[in-house]
Design a protein around this ligand. Structure first.
Ligand code: SF4
Length: 353
């Protein structure tokens, strides 16, 4: 039997309290899976890999009440469990006064939080009233526990005008000095995110080059420093019409198959490769219905609908059909290719129905 170098399997045991408008994972109902399900997935994937790691989430970390026990169980089921991500649950932080201490005990010293603008805008983009207030409270709790908040901001034509508000908020919260006091440098960065999952619905309001001048200098400076870039074009990419011209010349096909895959398993036991939104055309099969052998075979042989298409149709052909040559919207090349793959798959799935 072929063995991968490493497999990471992530099970969406509980889902997420939020419904963010930028979420590349899309929306799906929250599940209520059990420790036995985690064990079952672990036993299913383990024979196919030299090294195995399992996670009980791929949407909101630590959302379940038994998150500490789950962490211990994941560690036991994994060969080398990575340290806790810098992604945390602000939902939990304001509801559980043991959470920050627990994160600190695991070595977490920086946590990433996402803002979209004012309270109204942030609540709207997170999809839950009260989210903004919870994020602000979380910043305080983190700093009291010697953990620095890192701020991520997703921007588009709608919220870019609120960046001066965010700049003023950072000053009001005195984040630079408060991070310094705990030995950390305050970090913040802006980007658009990929254009898949829920974020695809924001295609029409993706920013264009002329919007970049709206970004306050200080936020540009912080973003370039965090991303280790020298210009915003490295972060926001090129206009769609320019990318189309480049890709029309590109006759390559693609494969996402790797020796170290990460698999996302939803609460119905459907399996997806993690690089891209978990939509039907990327589905590798169902561990319970189809069996793990078939799921692994589908991955290795480019046998999901999307893998079959991207490995046989050139990006040039796809962009000719699905690109918008009149669009000046900015994309990084990688994000644009994924956007085109999904548009092409959607088109082919619709045409075959
Ligand atoms: S972006 Fe994260 S927090 Fe927001 S809905 Fe998606 S998984 Fe949940």
């Amino acid at each position: 039997m072929y063995k991968f170098k490493k497999i990471i399997a992530c099970l969406d045991m509980a889902g997420c309290p939020n419904r963010c408008k930028h979420c590349w994972l899309g929306t799906a109902p929250n599940g209520d899976m059990t420790g036995e399900d985690l064990l079952y997935i672990s036993q299913a994937f383990r024979p196919f890999t030299e090294e195995f790691e399992i996670s009980s989430w791929y949407r909101e970390p630590d959302f379940r009440g038994d998150y500490k026990e789950l962490w211990d169980f994941e560690t036991k089921l994994s060969d080398n469990k990575k340290s806790h991500f810098e992604l945390i649950s602000f939902w939990r932080m304001v509801r559980d006064d043991t959470y920050a201490d627990w994160l600190y005990s695991l070595g977490v010293r920086i946590c990433q939080l996402t803002l979209f603008g004012t309270e109204e805008t942030t609540d709207n983009y997170v999809g839950r009233k009260g989210a903004f207030k919870e994020i602000i409270s979380t910043i305080d709790i983190l700093l009291r526990h010697h953990i620095a908040p890192r701020i991520q901001i997703f921007i588009n034509k709608q919220n870019i005008k609120e960046l001066p508000y965010i700049e003023a908020l950072i000053t009001k919260l005195d984040l630079v000095n408060r991070c310094k006091e705990i030995g950390q440098e305050f970090a913040l960065f802006l980007h658009q995110g990929s254009c898949d999952g829920e974020n695809e619905k924001l295609y029409n309001i993706r920013i264009t080059k002329d919007d970049l001048k709206e970004i306050p200098d200080y936020l540009v400076k912080l973003t370039l420093r965090h991303c280790n870039c020298s210009s915003l074009s490295e972060i926001f990419g090129k206009p769609e019409n320019v990318l189309i011209k480049e890709l029309l010349e590109d006759t390559a096909t693609s494969s996402i198959v790797s020796e170290t895959p990460v698999f996302y398993i939803n609460c119905d036991f459907d399996v997806f490769p993690n690089e891209i939104q978990p939509s039907n055309w990327w589905c590798l099969g169902n561990v319970k219905r189809d069996g793990i052998n078939q799921v692994i075979k589908n991955y290795q042989n480019n046998n999901s609908v999307a893998q079959r298409l991207i490995s046989t149709v050139t990006i040039s052909e796809m962009v000719r059909l699905c690109g918008n040559p009149d669009s000046l919207r900015l994309f990084t090349k990688g994000d644009y290719i994924i956007y085109i793959w999904n548009q092409y798959c959607k088109f082919m799935c619709k045409s075959s129905n």
